[in-house]
Design a protein around this ligand. Structure first.
Ligand code: AHG
Ligand code: MN
Ligand code: MN
Length: 336
């Protein structure tokens, strides 16, 4: 098979489908290049001095790891001077980062989770980077937080990198989902999956079961039915996986189906994951692959964000399973 690089894929999308403008192509290539640098830093581990805590907290009150800070810096530095961004926002920065006045401004807003799966850095388990691209609203010159508060349906592109046994970049520009594997000798991302399609059904679920005592009734019901396996109403056995890096769990689901849940519960009342740079980009990718993504009740991409760093319950993956969980929520009495 003739190999197609990310650059070639983007040029084809630009020429044939009109899905990508020259400026958006530049943006995606710059993000991909930054992901290569992060991948390189990750692969050095203790030898590169990148493990351990940074000694600081982010806006969520979470202790930052060195790699959270490094990945954020790499992405900001790579993106701020190219002329393709109006501003960018990150899990690791309280407010949107303005483009320095010495550089030209572009039409896009970039949102990112620079390092997803921070708890896995020091134990050598897959981690990644997630990003989402919006258009800067017309007439906005200095985009503040308000400019970013757009529903996920406005996304023009979304993607994530997984730094695992190999480094993989998954991308959608709204015309399906493709995956690219980093060829370290060539320094290029080479397409390894062209039209990812999720199977509608699954026998595998992903949830952090240590939160079980805090779950709401619809989540309990769904998981209890999965655990009952052949002997229960589902009439089939289920398998369970939980990597604790959303990038790795979502990549597995894209590869062989499944459902991923980090629902609202009594402890995480508003959810655990962040709407704008975790849930929305993953929801866009999953929907583009034929799956579904809700907060248990509503389609994630239709939620109107009220805050840059707001959290949301997440149920995503194979459509029939997500529909079932959503149905269980809708049948249950509304949350107090
Ligand atoms: P981050 O490292 O960016 O804060 O995100 C971690 C997220 C997500 O990747 C994962 O699914 C979830 O947190 C894991 O949470 P638990 O540790 O509660 O299982
Ligand atoms: Mn994350
Ligand atoms: Mn993160």
């Amino acid at each position: 098979m003739k190999s197609i690089t990310l650059t070639q894929y983007l040029i084809e999308q630009q020429r044939e489908k009109g899905a990508v403008s020259a400026e958006l192509r530049l943006l995606i290539e710059v993000v991909a290049r930054a992901c290569k640098r992060i991948s390189h830093a990750v692969s050095k581990g203790a030898l590169g001095g990148v493990l351990g805590g940074a000694g600081t907290d982010n806006i969520q009150g979470e202790a930052q790891k060195k790699l959270d800070v490094i990945a954020n810096e790499v992405l900001v530095e790579a993106n701020e001077w190219g002329g393709h961004l109006a501003a960018l926002a990150s899990e690791e920065m309280e407010h949107p980062h303005q483009i320095p006045s010495r550089y030209p401004r572009g039409e896009f807003l970039l949102l990112m989770d620079p390092l997803d799966g921070s708890s896995n850095i020091d134990v050598n388990v897959s981690i990644g980077t997630i990003f989402s691209v919006l258009r800067c609203p017309d007439g906005v010159v200095d985009p503040d937080e308000k400019a970013f508060l757009q529903p996920g349906t406005n996304q023009v592109a979304a993607g994530f990198a997984v730094y695992g046994p190999c480094t993989i970049l998954v991308l959608t520009v709204g015309a399906g989902v493709a995956a690219f594997t980093l060829d370290r000798e060539l320094g290029s991302f080479v397409m390894t999956q062209s039209e990812i399609k999720l199977s509608p059904d699954t026998q595998e679920f992903a949830i952090n079961a240590s939160n079980m005592r805090n779950w709401e009734a619809p989540v309990r019901r769904y998981i209890d039915e999965c655990l009952a396996g052949k002997t229960g109403v589902r009439g089939k056995d289920f398998n369970m996986r939980w990597v604790a890096s959303m990038v790795a769990d979502v990549f597995r689901i894209l590869s062989r189906g499944g459902i991923f849940m980090y629902p609202c519960d009594a402890k995480h009342k508003a959810g655990r994951l962040r709407l704008m740079y975790e849930a929305n980009p993953m929801a866009f990718i999953i929907e583009q692959a034929g799956g579904a993504a809700t907060d248990g009740r509503r389609r994630i991409m239709e939620i109107q964000p009220e805050q840059l760093h707001q959290r949301v319950g997440v149920v995503l993956g194979s459509k029939a399973e997500v529909d079932r969980v959503t149905q269980y929520h809708l049948e249950a009495p509304a949350r107090a």
